[in-house]
Design a protein around this ligand. Structure first.
Ligand code: HEM
Length: 234
């Protein structure tokens, strides 16, 4: 005992009762527990990624390249852990997957507003996604605010334009590229997983399923961070 007022214990600090209740970890079907918890874990980390991206944009606007790099550095590592989450889902039995899928109706990760927010905040802006069925009015207004606001891509462009230290500018570019590459790997792993369970079948949101995800895997968050390839006549 040190005489200080007792700090709340671990479970309270983390609000574990509420968290685990929301995660429905007591469902009888353990495969569904894995399926739901994986999606929820991804959403928690999407939120963490969004907070970091906002901090990257603020640092770039303040002309602080090293701070932007520091805020960007955890992101590819976090995304790699999300790639591994797909490996966990790949262990589901095909029967369990189809039972869960039937119960899901047309609910789909396609309706992840935070995922679209990550794309919009970075600068990958396809406004058609605003009309995604299942988005709440709150989702839509957050996404619209993102579209109306400054992107990380714009902040990067202005930062590079005003930066007289090529080494720092290149470190920032590399940090954006590392994140974009990790994100592309996430998209790719996702497409493989969808193919594993769906084959050529459509997705729960009515898309072309794995084929849609393979096309989506070509999207890049920061095209300007990648090398410019000289066009080659064929
Ligand atoms: C067995 C597991 C999974 C399968 C088979 C699967 C399948 C699919 C399919 C087919 C789509 C295309 C839209 C549709 O028609 O539904 C999609 C979209 C999406 N899913 Fe999954 N998914 C799985 C797990 C996850 C997980 C764990 C997350 C994490 C939150 C996730 C997030 C997303 C997102 C964000 C999209 C939209 C992607 C985009 O538009 O680029 N999915 N998924």
């Amino acid at each position: 005992m040190n005489g200080h007022t007792a700090a709340p214990p671990y479970g309270q600090v983390l609000k574990l009762d509420e968290l685990l209740q929301a995660a429905r970890v007591h469902d009888d079907d353990v495969e569904r527990v894995l399926f739901m918890a994986t999606h929820q874990a991804c959403e928690i980390f999407f939120a963490v990624i969004l907070r970091h991206l906002e901090a990257v944009r603020t640092a770039l606007d303040a002309g602080d390249g090293p701070l932007a790099v520091q805020r960007m550095t955890p992101l590819p590592v976090i995304v790699s852990t999300l790639v591994r989450q797909f490996d966990g889902l790949a262990t589901l039995s095909v029967d369990a997957f189809h039972t869960i899928r039937t119960d899901l109706g047309d609910a789909s990760g396609f309706q992840s507003a935070q995922f679209r927010e990550i794309e919009y905040l970075c600068g990958l802006r396809d406004a058609r996604f605003l009309n995604t069925a299942g988005f709440t009015p709150g989702d839509k207004s957050r996404l619209q605010a993102c579209l109306d606001g400054r992107s990380v891509q714009e902040a990067y462009r202005d930062f590079v334009g005003g930066c007289d230290d090529p080494e720092t500018a290149d470190q920032v570019r590399r940090a954006l590229l590392d994140f974009d590459e990790a994100f592309a790997m996430w998209r790719t792993r996702h497409a493989v997983l969808a193919e594993r369970f769906l084959g050529g079948d459509t997705g729960t949101a009515g898309s072309d399923g794995a084929s849609y995800l393979w096309l989506a895997a070509r999207r890049r968050l920061f095209p300007e961070a990648w090398p410019v390839v000289a066009s080659t006549a064929v």
